[in-house]
Design a protein around this ligand. Structure first.
Ligand code: SF4
Length: 489
């Protein structure tokens, strides 16, 4: 065997080709699947990221806010590069680069020096601090560290520094998002509630969503209604800013003033019950006005639920433009359902994405045959099962909680489906199974502009239906015999 330079490479272990072939076939077998599913202490290719990554996403959603990682520099690089690869935009964040000293003596010195430098260099309006694993393991006390930083005048006393403990050995990016968001809102709204004041606005929390197109879609829907709103943790401009030759370290984000006043809102809608339970719970107990938690509005029924709730909360008729949009989405489904009807899908991802995918597929008469979540819960399982039980197309579909993408591969090889819905990490399993992967989740590293196409709302329905059905038609065109190669499909 030779390498790329044509030089001879001696293998450390020689494996006979027939053994390679045997193992290649064996890992596709039922026998292997059983062993794979019996695995206890090993996770292979989990479909989630670590808590601080979600915390960083939430921090980017606020004006002039610098995400600050208390912990290891390598961890910070991982969150930044993941967000950067997904959005193809910079994800500016700093780290206090804890090393051996910090691990032994605690990270207060690192944090103080880091905060001082961050203020001097990047002049943020707010610094959102969150942790990597190391300070969590040694039990660093962020409350005391940040209080000390202000007492010692390391940072200005009035600088807002919300912080969140985001231990990655417990939870995923959605939990980090929730912890950071609630901390930011608690910090910004402290002392801002005014008896009798009502902003007249809707506070909308889009949840731990990595699709900037979705954020813009929510805004467009609210504009159609003519409802004033504050979008909390708005990353639409942060991660989709115009290319005009200038670099803005703090592009976009919710205005801090608006976020502070959100406590006096007329109503609050938190999207994604699995990504915002702490935030929503705190808002429900604290904020003025009405409070509602809703699933991600994917598919017609879930979008209807959002639209009707907005209309109810603000005592408004659904605008004709949105009714027409709904009609067009239903028309798009009617025109194309035959390409999806009866097809079997495997879906995986974050809980809020999953409930959306399943609802959408069932509406299309498709079967979400394998439903897999690498960090799920009994509550999620129950909700998904109820959705399956409520539809003809849910029959025979199975939910796999706390399973990873290597489990998914076994499922695809032993109980085949027509396509997979998930994120880029599923491409290897999909390729092995010879089926398409529809990338609607996070992260998407290997396709362009996906984060600009909304998958929520009626427009999201049209986008998903178009992408999925056209792919199936492409496959037909590429694989059919000449005599079946038709102009019409
Ligand atoms: S899991 Fe822990 S150590 Fe690994 S990148 Fe995340 S925070 Fe860092």
């Amino acid at each position: 065997m030779s390498n790329l330079l044509g030089l001879e490479v001696k293998k450390v272990t020689e494996t006979p080709p027939e053994e390679v072939e045997r193992v290649k076939n064996w890992i596709n077998s039922e026998e292997y699947k059983e062993k794979n599913f019996a695995r206890q202490a090993l996770v292979i290719n989990p479909a989630h990221a670590c808590q601080p990554l979600g915390a960083q996403l939430a921090a980017h959603g606020f004006e002039g806010t610098l995400p600050f990682v208390h912990g290891s520099q390598g961890c910070a690089s991982y969150y930044r590069s993941t967000l950067n690869r997904h959005f193809r935009e910079p994800a500016p964040a700093v780290s206090d680069a804890m090393s051996e000293d910090g691990a032994v003596f605690g990270g207060q010195n690192n944090l103080h020096e880091g905060l001082e430098n961050a203020v001097a260099l990047y002049k943020p309006k707010m610094i959102a601090v969150f942790t990597s694993c190391m300070p969590e393991v040694i039990g660093d006390d962020l409350t005391a560290f940040i209080r000390n930083a202000k007492q010692k005048a390391v940072v200005p006393k009035d600088l807002q520094i919300p912080f969140a403990n985001t231990p990655s050995f417990n939870g995923t990016h959605i939990h980090g998002y929730d912890s950071m968001l609630v901390s930011i809102l608690q910090t910004l709204t402290e002392g801002k509630q005014i008896e009798g004041r009502c902003t007249g606005k809707l506070n909308l929390i889009p949840g731990c969503d990595f699709n900037t197109g979705d954020y813009r879609e929510y805004k467009r829907i609210l504009k159609e209604f003519g409802i004033p709103y504050t979008m909390l943790a708005d990353i639409s401009d942060t991660f989709d800013s115009p290319c005009d030759g200038t670099y803005a370290i703090y592009a976009g984000g919710t205005k801090l003033e608006d976020a502070a006043d959100s406590i006096n809102g007329k109503a609050t809608i938190a999207i994604g019950p699995y990504a915002t339970p702490k935030t929503f719970g705190w808002i429900r107990d604290t904020y003025s006005g009405k409070h509602v938690s809703l699933p991600m509005p994917m598919g017609i029924a879930k979008t209807d639920a959002l639209i009707m709730k907005i209309a109810e909360l603000f005592g408004k008729e659904v605008p004709a433009s949105l009714k027409n949009e709904r009609g067009r989405a239903v028309d798009a489904i009617t025109d194309s359902h035959q390409y999806m009807h009866g097809k079997r899908f495997a879906v995986y991802g974050d809980p809020d994405y999953l409930t959306g995918y399943v609802s959408f597929l069932l509406e299309m008469g498709a079967h979400p045959h394998h439903i897999l979540c690498s960090r799920g819960s009994k509550k999620l399982e129950k909700e998904l099962q109820a959705m399956l039980d409520g539809s003809l197309y849910g029959k025979g579909c199975t939910i796999y909680m706390n399973k990873d993408l290597w489990h998914l591969r076994s499922l695809l090889m032993t109980d085949p489906v027509d396509a997979v819905i998930g994120d880029t990490h599923g491409k290897f399993a999909a390729r092995d199974a010879g089926i398409p992967l529809f990338r609607f989740g996070f992260p998407v590293f290997d396709r362009v502009n996906k984060h600009r196409y909304p998958i929520i709302g009626y427009q999201g329905v049209v986008n998903m239906v178009t992408e999925i059905c056209n792919k199936f038609i492409d496959i037909k065109d590429e694989t059919c015999e000449d005599r079946y190669f038709e102009m019409m499909r």
